[in-house]
Design a protein around this ligand. Structure first.
Ligand SMILES: [Zn+2]
Length: 81
């Protein structure tokens, strides 16, 4: 996964866990919940559970994460070309 090959600059570690299935997730995956669900939500879902809820594929969710990172959204880790 290219995310893990990027420099660790300001990248949050996988210290969040899915509220439904308990899977660990990256800071970017957690941040997606703030964008798609509610910016104050504490009910964080992994891409699999979030995708099921939002009726989006995990691939679509990854594209959305990439989009926000490229836009420089501060909830996400910085995009490095
Ligand atoms: Zn889950």
């Amino acid at each position: 996964m290219e995310f893990y090959q990027k420099p660790a600059l300001e990248t949050r570690s996988a210290d969040e866990y899915c509220a439904e299935c308990g899977s660990p997730m990256t800071g970017d995956e957690a941040a997606l919940n703030y964008k798609l669900v509610d910016k104050k939500t504490a009910h964080l879902l992994c891409p699999a559970c979030l995708g099921r809820k939002m009726e989006l594929s995990q691939e679509s969710l990854r594209e959305i994460i990439t989009l926000f990172r490229k836009q420089g959204c501060t909830l996400f880790s910085p995009w490095v070309e």
